[in-house]
Design a protein around this ligand. Structure first.
Ligand code: NIG
Ligand code: FE
Length: 408
């Protein structure tokens, strides 16, 4: 069945924009009094409402009453949604002046979430992941990357990746799993960092392949986690097995971005600590820089130097990093608006970071823009000018969200 959805006072299709570099807001294509024609969850046409009504006379009308602006569904290319337990105590300790790394060393941090997540049943983890994904979906996020990384043993990582897969079958959002078993060396592993990574390469990665749990591998390169050399061994081994790579890099200290570029990672995420050298290197590469303002806000730390990355010609996506430790808020649009205000990002750059460029970070070309042949994933805001969405810094939420052409 074909249907025509509209009219929308403005439709921003995000077509024709460059993958890399700065974008001025006048480069955004805005269709006024627009509509979308959808069939079987796929976009068939976009254009003026009156033109499409003529061209598709048999299409069923899903009429919009009132003024709405239509945007592509947002793509959150970096989350850790699958966890159990709370880290409110870590947060309070940070407000009392302790640092993220000090709290981790004192037994809080990632390890405390690992302990709670290991105690959780698969059913409970699926339920929590679906709840969080549905919350995102209601706020217009139609595709969500979800990392493991709170299991940190072969069986526990498999449990989490299976839970993400099951959650994907329950929520209407699309979940894209990533294995982050290299989040840190678990405290109960009897051996060195490199021995832990060797164990993952020999035992976990082949199982992930066999069970088709994900084709994406991530690692946290940091003093408290893995060194550049250790990461290089792990990522090169993963690449040989055919995995795509993404990296948590330059969050507190530099080094991770260099490894990411060296292994031609799809993205390097965080970069809050990156200096001129790292910015230049990432911007000149094919690796997409992912800013995670939710982590900067959650930790009370600097933002990713997004403006500099764009001005040097880099590709910049924006993710929520939704996790119980550094980024508990989980409101992608609010975070992106705040990053935009501090870093002076044009609305076009922020929007590209939430749509086309985030889709590219996940190597997905079927999403991110409202164009013929792409998935009919979009969201309508109750405003008459798209700029109002950013002006309100995330407090205006979409009135309607469609996933594969169906309102959710
Ligand atoms: O992206 N930095 C590493 N991992 C997460 C935090 C995970 C946690 O604190 O539980 C991040 O910020
Ligand atoms: Fe993260």
């Amino acid at each position: 069945m074909q249907k025509i959805i509209g009219p929308f006072i403005q439709l921003l299709d995000m077509s024709g924009l460059p993958l890399k570099g700065a974008i001025k807001s006048d480069q955004l294509k805005i269709i006024q009094h627009a509509a979308v024609v959808v069939e079987e969850g796929i976009i068939v046409a976009t254009g003026k409402f009156t033109d499409l009504a003529h061209q598709f006379p048999k299409a069923v009308l899903e009429e919009m009453e009132g003024d709405y602006v239509l945007l592509p569904g947002f793509v959150d290319c970096h989350t850790h949604l699958c966890w159990d337990g709370s880290r409110a105590n870590d947060y309070a300790a940070r407000l009392d002046g302790k640092t993220y790394l000090e709290i981790a060393e004192a037994g809080g941090g990632i390890w405390s979430t690992v302990t709670h997540t290991r105690q959780s049943t698969a059913t409970e983890l699926i339920k929590k992941t679906v709840q969080r994904a549905n919350h995102h979906l209601k706020n217009g996020v139609t595709t969500i990357e979800v990392k493991s990384g709170y299991g940190l043993s072969v069986e526990e990582e498999i449990k989490i990746l299976q839970a993400i897969k099951a959650a994907d079958q329950t929520t209407k959002a699309d979940l894209i799993p990533t294995c982050l078993a290299a989040h840190m060396k678990p405290k109960d592993f009897n051996g060195s960092n490199i021995e832990y990574l060797e164990m993952l390469v020999n035992e976990l990665l082949p199982r992930i392949k066999d069970e088709k749990l994900t084709n994406r591998i991530d690692i946290f390169i940091e003093r408290s986690a893995f060194s550049k050399e250790e990461a290089l061994y792990y990522l090169q081994s993963a690449k040989l097995l055919g995995f795509d790579i993404t990296v948590h890099g330059d969050q507190f200290s530099v080094g991770g971005s260099e490894v990411a570029v060296q292994v031609n990672a799809l993205s390097v995420d965080h970069l809050e600590a990156s200096g001129e050298k790292e910015i230049q290197m990432v911007a000149a590469s094919d690796t997409i820089a992912v800013a995670l303002p939710g982590a900067s806000i959650g930790l009370g730390m600097a933002f990713t130097p997004a403006r500099k990355i764009l001005d040097k010609g880099g590709a910049l996506a924006i993710g929520s990093d939704w996790n119980p430790g550094s980024a508990p808020m989980g409101d992608l649009l609010t975070q992106a608006c705040i990053l935009g205000a501090y870093e002076k990002l044009s609305i076009a750059e922020t929007l590209a970071g939430l749509t086309t460029r985030a889709a590219a970070a996940l190597k997905l070309n079927s999403i991110g823009s409202i164009e013929k042949c792409k998935l009919a994933d979009f969201q309508a805001y109750p405003v008459d000018d798209y700029r109002a969405i950013f002006y309100h810094q995330g407090s205006i939420k979409p009135s309607k969200v469609w996933k594969r052409g169906v309102e959710v």
